[in-house]
Every structure is written in C-alpha cells, then in structure tokens.
Design a protein. Sequence first.
Lengths: 317, 343
Amino acid sequence: MTTTARVAQTARPAGRKNPTPAPATTGTFRSKNKIDPTYYWMVVPVLALFAFFITLPALVGVFFSLTNYAGYGDWKFIGLANYVNIFKDPAVLQSYIFTFVFALTTTVVVNIVALAIALGLNAKIKWRTGIRTVFFIPMVLSALIVSFVFNYLFSNTLPVLAERFGFTPLATSILANENLAWLAIVLVTVWQAAPGATIIYLAGLQSVPSEVYEAADLDGAGSFRQFLSLTLPLIMGYLVINVILGFKGFLGTYEIIVGLTGGGPGMATQSVAMRIFSGFTGGDYSYQMANAVIYFLITLLISVIQLRLIQRRGVSL
Amino acid sequence: MTTSTLPEPIAGAPAPAGSRTGSRTGINTRSETQSETGINTRSETQSETGIRTGFRSPGSGPAGQTRRSNREGFKINWWLTALMLAASLTVLLPLYFTVAMALKSPDQISGTGLAWPNPMNWENFAAAYVATDFPRAFMSTAFVTVFSVLGALACSSLVAYAIARNWNRKFFRGSFVYLLSAMFIPFPVIILPLIKQTALLGLDNPAGVVFLHVLGGISFNTLLYIAFVRSIPVELEESARMDGATTWQVFRKIIFPLLAPMNATVGIFAFLGSWNDFLLPQMMIADPALQTLPVVQMLFQGEFNTNYSLAFASYLMAMAPTLVVYILAQRWVLSGVMRGAVK
C-alpha cells in the first residue's frame, strides 16, 4: 500500500492540470498555511464510523478465534487450538475445495461469455440498443430471487423436458445430484455476473483504435486472426481486471447457493462463506472465526499475487 | 506523455479527463500509466468518443459512424445479429417463465411450466401482496435503499474531496490507504462479530443495514470520487474563497454539483446493491416485520409450500422496481456503470 501511495504522489505532478512548477508552489503554500479544520470534520466522523463498524469487528473476530467462545456464555483462551482443529476438519477442507473450484470455473466461463457478448455488441449488428438492454437485465435483478426462479427451472422444468426428449441423465433434478449441483450454481452465477464483465470488456473494445484493424485488413488477416493477434493483446488489461474482480467476488458467493441448493445435497455445495455464517447459530462461533481468519489470509495472499501480476502485466503491455 | 495529454483539457469535458487522472492514483497505478504511453494519443481520444457515443442512439454520433464505416462499410452483420438475438433468449426465457408462472392458477401448473396460462390468473398478485405484507416490506426496502444512496453520496464525496485537496498531508493520505484496506477484508470475516455488535447497540434494524451499506461501499466510492475531484481545477474554488465562502459552502455550491456524473455512477451502484441485498438484512434485522423484499421471498422456500404461482407473483413484484427503473433509464444506467468500469 505504501508503495502505491508513493507512486500516486509522484505521478501527480505529471498531471496536465498542474504543469510541473505549479504543484510545488501550491504544495509549499498549503503546508505552510494552517489547514482549514473543516477538512478534518469531513473525514474524521466517517473514519470513526468505519473503524467502529468494519475494523473493530475484524479485530474482535481475531480475538475470539483464540478462545472457545460458543456465541454465548463463558469462554476462556485456548490458544491456537481452533486453528489446529480446522486443518484436521474434512468438512472445512471440502468447503475450501468447493469454493475454489467453483470460483475458478466461474471466472473462466464468465470471462469467455462476457467477451463473446461484448464482441457481438461491438460489431455491426441490427437493433444494437435493444439487444444490449436485454443482455444487461440480469445485472439489476436480485441474485437470490433469480436463483429461486432457476431453482424451479432446474428441479421441475428441466427434468420434464429431458424426459420428453429421452435424455435420462437430466431426468432427475441436477440440484439433487451431489456431483452436478455445483454446475447449476456456476450457470446461474454466470447468468448474473456476465453483464458486469461485459461492460468492462465493451469499454476495452472501444479503446482499440480502428486504424489497427485497417492495417490488419490490408495485411490480409482474417477476423479470427485479428481477434487473437490484435484485440486480445490490446484488451489484456481489461481481462486482468475482470479476472481479479470476478474471482474475488465468486469466492464469497452466498445468495445464489442459498437460492439453489442451500449448501446441499449433503454438504456438497457449501462454500466457505456459508460455513462461516453457520457459526452464528451452530454454537461453534470461535471455531468459525478461526476459519474466517484463515479465509482472510488466503484472500489476502491472492490479492497480493494478483497485484503483482497486474504490475508485471503493466510492464509488458 | 506530457505532450500527448496536454491538448486534451482544451478539447475534452472534465468527465473523461478526470477518469484518467484518477487511474494514476489507483492501486494499479503502474499498469494504467503504462497503457497510456503504450497506445498512442489517438487511440485514447478514440476510446473516449467511442464510449460516449456508444451509449447514445443506435445510430450513434458522427464519430462512431465514420469509425465503423471505415471498417465494415455500413454493412450490417445479419448472421451475428441472429446469433445475438438467439443468445439474448437466455436472458429473456427465465423472465418470460417468471411472468408465465406468476399468472397461472395452481392447477395450471404442470409439465414444463413454459406454456402461457389461459385464462390468466391475476389474483396471484393480490394474494402475494397480502401474504408477504408487500407494502411494509417495500417501505422497509425503500428506507434502506434511499438512505444508503444518500449516505453513500454524501459520505464518499465529502471524504474524497477532503482527501484529494489535502493529498500533501500525511493524515489524509493515510486515511485514504486505511479506507482502501477495507477492500481486502472479505465480508464473511467481519460478519459474526459485527452482528453481535450491532445487536448490542440496538442497530439490529434497517437503520443498521444503512450504516453497513454506506461504510461497506465507501472504499470503492471514494476511489471513484477522488479521481473526479482531482480533475476539478482548484482555481474554481479559490475565487469563491476570495468572496468569503467557507469550505462547506465551496463543497456544497461548487464541488458537489460538478460531481454530478460521478454522483450518478455511485448512486446507481448504491441503489442496486442496497435494493437487492440479501445477506446483511437477513443477518442483521432481528424483527421479521422489518425485513426487506429479497429476504421476505424466503417465505416461499418452506418444505410445505407448493403454491408456486403465488411465489412467482411475489418474485415478480420484488424484481419489478429495479427492472422498470432500468428499462426506463437504461441509457443513463449503462453510461453510469460504464463510467465506473473505465475508471
């Protein structure tokens, strides 16, 4: 974070609003002068609320992860026992495997679908506005309610259709199938998340200058070749953003699972987030807090790796 | 780079200029700056006109026209159009299904459920209205949404203004980094202690949800705003200060109105996030009578419930507000979201 701040600070004088000498003068002028206390009044109350509602619970959680607190009654320190137990708990391990496999798969599918839609919307098609309006509808709908609708489609409509066409593997609800239920969750998540990624890709595609394509046309490159050698490298930055935002979001998926399977059948589709939430009613509060801390460390590690990747990407762009 | 970006403030509106100044301050500073130098100036200008005209009418602006005509000579790709229409069925079919189901009587529900009901059974809506106590749930959701949007606009813009104008002070730079750090804390990590804490304070109600919605979104919103505030020349405020305006007045009368495009973006995100949120209301609001619309739909998930037409009528009523707003204002919604995306 500190490096970011420093880079941002040094980057600022390059801004066109302040030609190089100007910021220096305003800078010294400002820091010599007394600051208007109003500025503090604008920031401090929000910071205080933020610390109280976001930072404090995080610290309290870390604290209780070191105890045997059940969510009520007495508690005492038990050191790292919760953490040790988590590593021996097959249910927790399974939830991590499910969550990561799900997030990875969804990220890949969402990006392929979104890129395809963005390419289609960016091409010369008829009724572009209308089609675009339709494609972005899922973005404004509640994920939970959408999952309820799909829940009925998966458990009633699809089996009836499958039976009618004699396709037996789908004749029973895939939501009740331990091995297939997660695919239903992937599908609905893609349905819901693709528009957001599409918007970012559209922004990316519109940033590609048409001259590049004209040159490629002259060189006789076909449209598939143009996509691979021109479009894709030029929008790589947008792809990276989509992958990062998407993967992080999908790790925390909750509503769609609640609406489709509720974590079942058995515990086949229980995500890490769902397991942690279960600590609220399940009497294993401190245990799930330890789980939450581990989850935090893992996501932090991923963020750091991703930031590194962005920076390396930036160099090679 | 300085030469390449210089001509723009003359030609460009503050909006796009701001979005790029900001990208230098963001987390991914290096990659953004790189991409700016990597692609030539022409492409940058192109991208801006592209984005702006892209979300107007299908004919789009003159810039868009010439650009495409160069490439494809006005020829409409009918194959692709057909493909896109077919693909859009993936979105339309579930919606059609929801409407069809909502209009069926219980004995019309059989088979795939895809058939259009005849006769249509409008009573479902009245029944769902009563079963979910719709007006109460609607008011609760509206309360959370309205105050979350207002809170997000007010808090984030104030914080962003103060931070952007005092960037040379450690305190404000530190505050910025501190707020950004929240983006690295996944929600499940704080939720359990948070619920206990809000319950202790008597905030286990919609008001508590508002607090969390505003604070939860503040990192991202502040990031968006700071970029924009930077693009507003300080000289504009300084002349107002000469005339004796206080910092508050400067913010209210000059800065906030100038932030209008970003207000739209932040407002849209806050509206959608708040209206559709399930997790926080479900976990925080203790009194079922104060529950929001998405949570109320859980009512139809009981084992004993088989009245699907009632459930779907209720789903439709809960989805309708955002859907209607989106269809009516799609141009503004999409360009607003786009502004958040290109940031």
